[in-house]
Write a protein that binds this ligand. Structure first.
Ligand code: M6R
Length: 616
């Protein structure tokens, strides 16, 4: 959940590292630090509590020269977020500096053993144990850095992406990966390291994604990077080309990434459907469904595993697949699934949904399902990340990098892929009528245009509504059918960025408990579009109004009744019921955004959260 960056080459390392940290700050922002081997003063480490901007202030006027360095932005796991626990950590001898993303599970045992040998620790972190262990082995056994890293990693249990430098060797960085992402960028006489490719993209498009147990030996004067495993066996890696441009990872004039990403959704969905949805030919084509037709159409059952927003997309996926393909679907929290004893075998297909492709719980759920023989299909955004690499096949959502911690465009991208997947499978199984399929293809294709129209029409109005409700301490979100997960998603967005308590509920469940909460202080957001359950939702709204609750309704353009009852309403362009989440979610994303901004919250980097949850 931390971000790591490294550089060795011909330019000054510090600006490359700082820029890289800013790109990776979405992964954690409790503290930041940098280690450089400077020309005049040797190994220099600067670190501070807070964000990368605080680190920049802290280094102001200090010696930040040098053409080799490593840097870190932290999401705290072991030890409170202060400057002592910030990375890089230095070994007691002052010889080695390390940065680490992950968790060393057996750190306490290793720490005790090292302390018995007289090693003194400064921080409360698991990471310091790693650097102390490596340095202890290096001096006791009189071996080189690579050998000591290999030996130490054989003793370590846990997850890591790490980079280490030696004060006496300004020509080498050693990096390693186990369960946490790490990318090496290969430039012309220079090398880069990053938790993802975003710190690297403006310098080179040649990268290697490390696999678990890989160690990279990066030498300044070499034209390549050597890869070995902990047993010193050589590993060959294909150099990949990154397909990412700079504008995708910058704010492009918006005040926050979240707002930019909300407004990008029409373009993102066009990108997601490009080459897959063809209105002229009346079809939906997913290469994974062509390549693995047998496994997918004969599935006895689908099990969707995911976390957070991706789990909400999974709840919509369940309805789509069951309705169109007539195959039963279960939706599981990956964190629960991984520790359960699921009854699955090779007739089951597990769908893993993850924006980052790195979520530790989802990855572990995939591994468990794989062990039990299930066929695994991934729906991810980050190209080349761990989950797509662990699956049998899958479809990327192609919405571009999502930087705001609150997931927005990834959600609609995931729902779009789930819609295409269910249509492609349903067609292949013959469980959908031709005319229904054709209507769906047409309507799905029209969604980006309708999103554009919706964004144009509702943005200002929601901005105003948000000002009215900034006072609220609690919110209720209600929806039914396809819009029940939309209610859950709206509530999650609000709580994670504005810190207002919010609950999502299926509307009809309100009378079984939550109705007791309703009074004149309580805003209730109701997704009440004109579909089969419209009349029922209207009764729910009457019940709220009877208790003086304040209703913000999301209604269809042709609505004539709900708008009369509601205190505020937002109109959605008409579409098919199963596609409504692709529209109805947008006003809820905007409302959470504007409320959080009005409350002065850090929208892109909300407290206690990180974009990529690579720990349990
Ligand atoms: O990268 P993933 O989709 O696997 O992430 C899952 C959740 O951590 C993520 O959706 C989280 O809930 C977001 N902050 C929600 O906005």
């Amino acid at each position: 959940m931390c971000g790591i960056v490294g550089y060795i080459g011909k330019r000054q390392a510090y600006p490359v590292l700082i820029k890289g940290l800013k790109r990776l700050e979405y992964r954690g922002y409790d503290s930041a630090g940098v280690a450089l081997i400077t020309e005049s003063s040797g190994l220099q480490v600067y670190k501070t509590k807070g964000k990368v901007a605080d680190l920049e202030k802290y280094t102001d006027g200090k010696d930040v020269t040098g053409t080799i360095g490593i840097a870190h932005t932290r999401w705290a796991t072991h030890g409170e977020p202060n400057s002592t626990n910030a990375h890089p950590h230095i070994s007691a001898s002052g010889q080695l500096a390390i940065i680490h993303n992950g968790i060393i599970e057996n750190y306490a045992v290793l720490k005790d053993q090292l302390m018995e040998k007289g090693v003194e620790f400064r921080s409360d972190t698991d990471t310091e144990v790693l650097v102390q262990l490596i340095d202890y082995i290096r001096t006791k056994k009189n071996v080189d850095l690579l050998t000591s890293v290999r030996m130490a990693l054989r003793m370590v249990i846990g997850a890591y992406a790490l980079a280490i430098i030696d004060k006496d060797n300004p020509d080498q960085i050693i990096a390693a990966r186990q369960s946490s992402p790490l990318v090496v960028g290969i430039g012309d006489g220079e090398f880069f390291l990053g938790s993802d490719a975003s710190p690297i993209v403006e310098y080179t498009d040649k990268v290697v994604y490390l696999d678990d147990q890989d160690i990279a030996v990066i030498n300044r004067n070499s034209d390549h990077v050597e890869f070995v495993n902990v047993n010193n066996e050589k590993i060959d890696h294909e150099i990949k080309k990154i397909n990412l441009n700079l504008s995708q990872i910058e704010k492009g004039g918006y005040p926050h990434f979240m707002l930019k990403e909300i407004f990008e959704q029409p373009q993102c969905l066009m990108d997601c459907m490009r080459g897959r949805v063809n209105v002229d030919l009346n079809n939906v084509v997913l290469s994974a469904v062509i390549d693995y037709r047998k496994e997918l159409i004969n599935a006895r059952r689908f099990i969707i595993v995911a976390c957070g927003t991706s789990w909400h997309a999974g709840l919509i996926g369940k309805q789509l697949i069951e309705n169109f393909c007539q195959i039963p679907v279960e939706v599981e929290y990956a964190s629960e699934f991984r520790y359960s004893n699921p009854v699955i075998d090779n007739r089951d297909v597990v769908i893993a949904i993850s924006q980052s492709g790195e979520t530790a719980d989802t990855l572990a759920a995939v591994e468990l399902a794989k062990k039990r023989g299930a066929f695994i299909f991934g729906i991810c955004n980050a190209i080349g990340s761990s989950i797509p690499r662990a699956t049998n096949t899958g479809s990327y959502i192609h919405v571009g990098p999502e930087i705001g911690v609150a997931s927005t465009k990834a959600f609609t991208g995931q729902v779009t892929v789930l819609t295409m997947l269910s249509l492609a499978i349903a067609k292949a199984r013959g469980t959908i009528e031709n005319h229904e399929y054709e209507t769906l293809v047409r309507e799905l294709n029209a969604i980006p245009e309708k999103q554009k129209q919706l964004l144009d029409e509702c943005n200002e109005k929601i901005h105003e509504i948000a000002k009215i409700f900034t006072y609220a301490r609690n919110f209720l979100y209600l929806g039914r059918g396809y819009n029940y997960p939309v209610a859950l998603e709206g509530a999650l967005k609000l709580k994670e960025i504005s810190y207002i308590h919010a609950e999502g509920y299926p509307a009809a469940e309100m009378k079984h408990g939550p109705i007791a909460l309703i009074d004149e202080e309580m805003p209730v957001v109701v997704v009440a579009t004109k579909n089969a359950l419209y009349e029922k939702l209207m009764s729910n709204i009457q019940e709220i109004k009877a208790r003086k609750g304040r209703v913000i309704a999301i209604v269809s353009k042709d609505d004539d009744k709900v708008r009369e009852l509601a205190d505020e309403y937002i109109e959605l362009p008409k579409t098919l019921e199963c596609l409504e989440p692709l529209l109805a979610t947008i006003p809820l994303q905007l409302m959470a955004y504007y409320i959080a901004v009005a409350k002065g919250k850090d929208v892109d980097q909300p407290r206690n959260l990180a974009k990529s949850v690579t720990v349990e």
